[in-house]
Ligand binder design. Structure first.
Ligand SMILES: [Zn+2]
Ligand SMILES: [Zn+2]
Length: 184
């Protein structure tokens, strides 16, 4: 299993750059989403990360991209898309359990994601996959103006028009009762 790791002692006064180019299987959270079909990542997770030391703490800034296939929630068409996200994570040295609520608040005000590290390594795998997962839309739209499928006949209204009622259909229970799938 590949891990994107920082060895803290290797970060001296000058920032260190890392290039990431890893398959989805290197990221357990994303691989899981891929398996249960909640996302479809079509290539490697790529990115560039800069690691800077600030006394005992480590600041990680980066940009991560990943190609995706999304399924439009209105017309159900698959379309290519991508995640492109930039982030900053501030790693404080110390045990996450001992960090006080006050500290959290301070860092929150700085508008930074913060995390704690202990030992001499920081594993960025989970942070990177969370950044990608957060950017995957829950209700993808192939376009803001997607007309979707006709509620009555299922025609893709982006490419065809149909002769069904142009009134907006409200699918209440009584409407469903009168719904006929086959017509002669
Ligand atoms: Zn659509
Ligand atoms: Zn129709």
């Amino acid at each position: 299993m590949v891990h994107v790791k920082i060895v803290v002692d290797h970060i001296k006064d000058t920032p260190v750059s890392l290039h990431i180019d890893e398959p989805v299987v290197a990221f357990p959270l994303l691989a899981g989403m891929q398996n249960d079909k909640s996302c479809c990542i079509t290539g490697n997770i790529q990115g560039d990360i800069t690691v800077t030391r600030e006394y005992e703490n480590i600041r990680v800034t980066g940009r991560i991209t990943a190609p995706l296939t999304l399924t439009c929630s209105r017309c159900l068409a698959d379309y290519p898309s991508f995640v492109d996200t930039s982030f900053t994570i501030f790693f404080r040295k110390g045990d996450p359990i001992t960090s006080s609520a006050e500290e959290e608040l301070e860092l929150g005000e700085m508008d930074l994601l913060s995390s704690a590290y202990s030992g001499d390594e920081i594993d960025l795998t989970h942070e990177i996959e969370e950044q990608v997962a957060m950017e995957i839309p829950l209700k993808p739209l192939c376009s803001d103006s997607c007309k979707g499928l006709c509620h009555e006949c299922g025609t893709d209204l982006n490419t065809f028009s149909c002769s069904c009622s142009k009134e907006p259909v409200i699918l209440t229970f009584s409407a469903l009762k009168d719904f006929k799938v086959t017509r002669k």
